[in-house]
Design a binder for this molecule. Sequence first.
Ligand code: CO
Length: 283
Amino acid sequence: MSETTTTARAVTRLVPAVETSDGAGVRLRRSIGKADLDTLDPFLLLDAIGSEDGADYIAGFPDHPHRGFETVTYMIEGRMRHRDSTGAEGLLESGSVQWMTAGRGIVHSEMPEQEDGVLEGFQLWVNLPAAQKMSPPRYQDIPPSDVPEVQLAGGGRLRVVAGSSNGETGPVEGVVTAPMFLDFELRPGEAVEQPVTPGHTGFVYVFRGSAKVDDTNVPEHTLALLGDGEAVRLEGGEAGGRMLLLAAKPIGEPVARYGPFVMNTREEIMQAFKDFQEGRFVD
Ligand code: CO
């Protein structure tokens, strides 16, 4: 029997999340989009919300604009209602995902639809190349039942949000950076080898317990940045672990960023402010 050799992606850096707040005062843990990891092309931001105390999240994310990139909300547990300037409205429930291509501009809000109890989820920002920054806004609102769940052969559980794994393809489609977004839950010692497209930026974020990524131990609320290669090995840590594995094609363009606007140049940022102030974000 011949054995194919797969180049393993090793951990090149561990980046602990830091506690901060955003929106109208929602407490969260930020790993991408802060001083020590400003961007991770094409990823611009990763925030983990997780609390059982309503005071940490009740203020929510009232009306705010976006232009030039995509915002992704992945709910682990809890309920958030979103509304936007196109008139769209929806409820994000446990296990659901919303992939919003803000494109040329949208104003939206995301507010918890609960006053107490566990609210846990992620907000991810993914950049768009210059050619797509001014595209019309687009939503992919995906209910939990449309996210394939896989019981892994070597033990553990997987949800496929975007990209393909173990014969399943995630429901998010038509995204220019060809993202892979997988949610693994592995008990102690359970392990999986996951192919990751060579050349794509990849990382693992452990949000419960701990994990071994390649041969590096990764504690809770830590991002493990992956070097290049064809696959990564994930294993549940001492008490097991739950983690996101994300990868996407880097864009390689200049990033001009100010608050909710991410463009290529400072002039385009100024234009975004002007367009927003003059009401051009609302059709
Ligand atoms: Co937003």
